[in-house]
Design a protein. Structure first.
Lengths: 486, 483
């Protein structure tokens, strides 16, 4: 059962072949068994999950129709609000924060009868590419426990890879779903900006953040996306674009589909094992009838600096609310401290080093006298990056790149060099800057049996084509069915 | 000594709460005076993950204000974050507008300075902050309490050009602006509750100089009197400084209403760097021509236009027109009375006289008046058709005001109708003449007040109901016809 997809579990629960409680118990047992080693979860909510599963079984017995994710255990990244469930963003500053409301995606999962089993570990406020920036310790990669699962949604990726849940939600600001999905050998989808409501997502960079699913298969990702996507009166940036039944678009037919490959961009600095897996993957796509087209993304190499200016600027403002006044951690070092001291001590003690680094960077970027040179310039280059993609999509339907230039690295290997760490996002950040949907699917292993991800990027709001291409690839391979030996 | 004469240069920034039912970015109530922190939600408390959604009514009110002040509403404006830390600011930033505000330009003409036109720079939308309560609690020496009910109440900030040259001009500008904002229904005008707040930018320069002097910003001016006092104080302070060989320092100053003085709050060096940037949680605010036209159509006639129309259409004296257009509600009420009574001047007399006097006595507002305009018109019609004498009508008015009954109802139930019946009046006239031979003799001797005495006796005997005109005629006829 642990190897089952979300679609299969839903069918089994709905048809009564298995009860939601049995499913829930099996995944909770698995979670308990492996989490001590992986540290993928900040919180496991067994009792609540079992009660919800029992309710689903009762409703089925009463002959009621069940939701599209009925009985599917789901792990939620700890930067998404679940009413009454501690939500920390893996930060000491929110260590005991209990939100009084559900994120829109959580409410929609509940409406689809999915069962939340817990909150997953992540980089603090989703800032990181290795999950090492968590106040509650790093997550370990289920394929190689001395290595990172990627970040920032490392816990969600590891949870799905280790079969603790067939479905998890993460957030992706510069690659935080796709890169850990690639590192952990699972499917990770970042939808178009605006496709999924951000209400209830603890903001890192509001113009880049997007919520998406981790699954074993593209079909499950399509199913989950249909459940969580769509307009939301609580999020002014959520699009009113119609939400199709994405699973229905998975025909397996990609004959004549034009797949762009930015050869010059992916030429440098890519690990040999990753390179080989990527080349093989695009060969498979061609074998399925797709047409490979060389494209250029001339401004893609500026994506990393642009990203770190825009994202940190927004983050410096988004994280201002964590000031110790209304909720969360407040420094108690000195009873007689004045307001300024309370602010600076609370934030100094409550935030980790990387978060503070980015707040300072972003504050600087927005400061009088620097705004034009940094923030404004970055926004201008962001427009150029977006135009690169627009031009490319005149010639092609989907763009293929490796998800990450490197395989999962060792814990501690890059923590001393933030710039080196930032470069791990080189292939993922531009989709966020341009607002485009992108997916990472397992495409093999590099040396040492470390997972490699294939990233496909689609047109705005054209997840249907993107998912069709990814699904067609998946049909020709069995990388997605392999599980780590843990 | 040849003292330099200085000229003050003043610009105002006015924060105006919009009278929407709910807050600008969430569904919480904007009602004033609720228990602390009872009108709050994740959005206006700045809880993690909460997002703003713009209130359409707030935009429509802001557009209405912009149109009333002759501003040009921008087809696209952008919300921006103004970043600073303060406990009553839950997100650590205020959502405002910066580089691209809702409206540009506009002006307001004041009587001072010979009908001076004061230019407006811009109008932008923003959210209000919560309230820090530093006083009134047993542990106020150690603690500040916070009330977020006001957090997220919609505001517009109206920024004037530095076109005013005296405290009197500035306070008149502020008062006139208030009248318009209240008139068009976007603001309740309640300055004690902070619905309207004013900051002043003040500088002085030698008369004849075109360049501006160094300005200070004076905050916390929440009444016309304070605007006047604070600016006067600040102008004198700056002139004294310059005369004494000193110089004015650019800074923010706070007006202390008890001492009547301004005090330095923070210097230019201590000024915040607000790090404005476009609010990524809100798309650009697009206002199309149709929406502006709808706002224009929904706009009540402005006070000046209405005053002119009252004079032209109803033949009212300028004074009456001025009084009746003090508020939109009063003008509305008057116009309904005038139309239904068919006698604009009588309507004006009744509204300005009995009605406003009664409202004042009861401490009530025109909005709460229990007497419907149609009912007052009914009373006027009874007087015009001689059913009621004007003195009886005043009694009837008082009874109508308190009971809500119609004039017809009161008159017929209490038999108050004027006595027009000649035969009945004739009997009374005869009785009066029989009883007062001395007065008749005096009338015949040419003493006019004796005639008045006789009329008064007729009125008295009729219980005040006699139609004085008919009583007069009958009395005259009797006197003439009697040898
Ligand atoms: Zn609220």
């Amino acid at each position: 059962m642990l190897q089952s997809t979300a679609s299969a579990i839903r069918e089994d629960v709905a048809s009564g072949r298995v009860s939601a409680v049995e499913v829930c118990r099996a995944f909770l047992d698995r979670t308990t068994a492996v989490n001590a080693a992986l540290n993928a979860f900040n919180l496991v909510t067994s009792e609540r999950a079992l009660a919800q599963a029992a309710e689903i079984d009762r409703r089925r017995a009463a002959g009621q129709t069940l939701g599209v994710l009925a009985g599917v255990p789901v792990a939620i990244k700890d930067n998404l609000c679940v009413r009454g469930m501690t939500t920390t963003a893996s930060s000491r500053i929110l260590e005991h924060f209990v939100p009084p409301y559900d994120a829109t995606v959580v409410a929609r999962l509940a409406a689809a009868d999915a069962v939340v089993i817990g909150k997953t570990n992540c980089d603090e406020f989703a800032m990181g590419s290795s999950n090492e920036n968590s106040a509650f310790g790093p997550v370990r990669n289920p394929w190689a426990q001395d290595r990172t699962p990627g970040g920032s949604s490392g816990g969600s990726a590891a949870a799905v890879a280790a079969r603790c849940a067939p479905l998890a939600l993460g957030s992706d600001t510069g690659g935080s779903i796709r890169q850990p999905a690639g590192f952990c050998g699972v499917v990770g989808l970042k939808p178009t900006y605006g496709r999924v409501s951000r209400y209830g997502l603890l903001a890192f960079a509001s113009s880049l953040d997007q919520i998406g699913p981790f699954t074993h298969t593209v079909r499950d990702a399509a199913l989950a996306l249909s459940a969580i996507a769509g307009a939301d009166p609580s999020d002014a940036t959520a699009s009113r674009e119609a939400v199709p039944d994405f699973a229905a678009s998975l025909t397996g037919d990609i004959k004549g589909l034009r797949i762009g490959v930015p050869r010059a961009f992916v030429a440098d600095g890519v690990d040999a094992g990753v390179r080989a897996a990527f080349d093989a993957a695009i060969g498979t796509l061609r074998g399925s009838g797709a047409q490979l087209v060389d494209i250029e993304l001339p401004h893609a190499r500026y994506a990393i600096p642009v990203y770190y200016l825009v994202a940190t600027a927004e983050a410096s403002s988004n994280l201002a609310r964590y000031d110790g006044v209304r909720y969360g951690y407040r420094s108690a070092r000195d009873k007689d401290q004045n307001l300024k001291q309370m602010y600076s001590r609370t934030r100094d003690e409550g935030f980790g080093a990387e978060v503070k680094r980015r707040i300072m960077l972003g504050t600087y970027v927005l400061s009088a006298g620097y705004y034009d040179a940094y923030y404004l310039k970055a926004q201008q280059v962001r427009t150029l990056v977006r135009q690169d993609y627009q031009q490319a999509f005149e010639k092609v339907d989907v763009i293929a790149m490796p998800t990450s230039p490197i395989p999962p690295f060792r814990l501690g290997e890059r923590t001393g060099d933030p710039l080196q760490m930032y470069l791990a996002d080189v292939f993922t950040v531009s989709a966020n800057l341009a607002g485009l949907p992108a997916i990472s699917v397992p495409c093999g292993f590099s040396e040492g049996h470390l997972p490699v991800g294939l990233q496909l990027t689609g047109r705005m709001f054209d997840e249907a084509t993107l998912l069709r291409a990814a699904d067609a690839y998946e049909r020709e391979t069995d990388w997605h069915a392999q599980a780590p030996a843990i | 000594m040849n003292a330099i004469r200085y000229e003050p240069v003043i610009g105002l920034e006015i924060h105006c709460q919009l009278q929407t039912r709910t807050k600008i970015f969430c569904g919480c109530s904007t009602a004033f005076g609720a228990p602390p922190n009872s009108h709050v939600c994740p959005v206006c408390l700045g809880l993690p993950g909460a997002l703003p959604v713009l209130n359409r009514q707030a935009v429509d009110f802001a557009i209405r204000a912009a149109l009333a002040l002759g501003c040009e509403v921008q087809s696209e404006s952008i919300f921006a974050r103004k970043n600073y830390f303060y406990p009553d600011l839950p997100k650590g930033y205020q959502i405002s507008q910066y580089e691209r505000p809702l409206a540009l330009g506009g002006s307001l003409t004041i009587a001072a300075g010979g009908g001076k036109r004061v230019g407006l720079t811009r109008i932008h939308m923003e959210e209000d902050a919560g309230k820090s309560l530093h006083e009134g609690f047993p542990d106020s020496d150690r603690r500040t309490y916070l009330d977020y009910n006001r957090s997220g109440v919609p505001l517009i900030e109206i920024v004037s050009e530095p076109d005013m040259r005296s405290a009197a001009e500035a306070s008149e500008f502020f008062a006139k602006l208030r009248d318009i904002l209240v008139w068009i229904g976007v603001n309740d005008g309640n300055m004690e509750e902070g619905s309207l707040r004013c900051d002043a930018n003040v500088s002085v320069r030698p008369v004849g100089q075109t360049a501006f002097g160094v300005k200070t910003e004076v905050k916390n001016l929440n009444s016309f009197r304070y605007v006047h006092k604070a600016i006067e104080y600040e102008v004198d302070r700056q002139v004294d400084l310059l005369d004494g060989g000193g110089r004015v320092v650019q800074e923010t100053r706070l007006f202390d209403s008890t001492g009547g003085a301004t005090h330095s709050m923070r210097s230019k060096e201590e000024a915040h760097d607000y790090r404005y940037f476009p609010e990524p949680d809100l798309p650009p605010l697009v206002v199309d021509a149709a929406r502006i036209e709808r706002a224009r159509a929904a706009m009540p006639e402005l006070p000046e236009a209405r005053r002119a129309r009252f004079i032209a259409a109803y033949g009212l004296p300028e004074y009456d027109a001025g009084v009746l257009t003090q508020s939109a509600a009063l003008a509305q009420y008057y116009e309904q009375v005038a139309r239904e009574a068919g006698n604009p001047k009588a309507a004006s007399n009744w509204v300005m006289g009995e009605l406003l006097r009664t409202l004042k006595e009861r401490g009530a507002e025109i909005a709460d008046v229990p007497l419907a305009a149609g009912a007052l018109a009914g009373l006027i019609r009874l007087v015009d058709s001689n059913v009621l004498s004007s003195s009886t009508a005043k009694d009837v008015f008082a009874r109508m005001y308190d009971s809500g009954r119609s004039a017809d109802d009161i008159v017929s139930a209490e038999g108050l109708a004027q006595m027009d019946d000649e035969s009945a009046l004739h009997a009374i006239v005869r009785d009066v003449m029989t009883a007062n031979p001395d007065a008749i003799a005096q009338v015949r001797a040419g003493k006019n007040n004796a005639f008045g005495f006789l009329v008064g006796q007729v009125m008295k005997q009729s219980g005040g109901k006699a139609n004085p005109k008919i009583a007069n005629q009958l009395l005259k006829r009797e006197l003439d016809g009697t040898p």
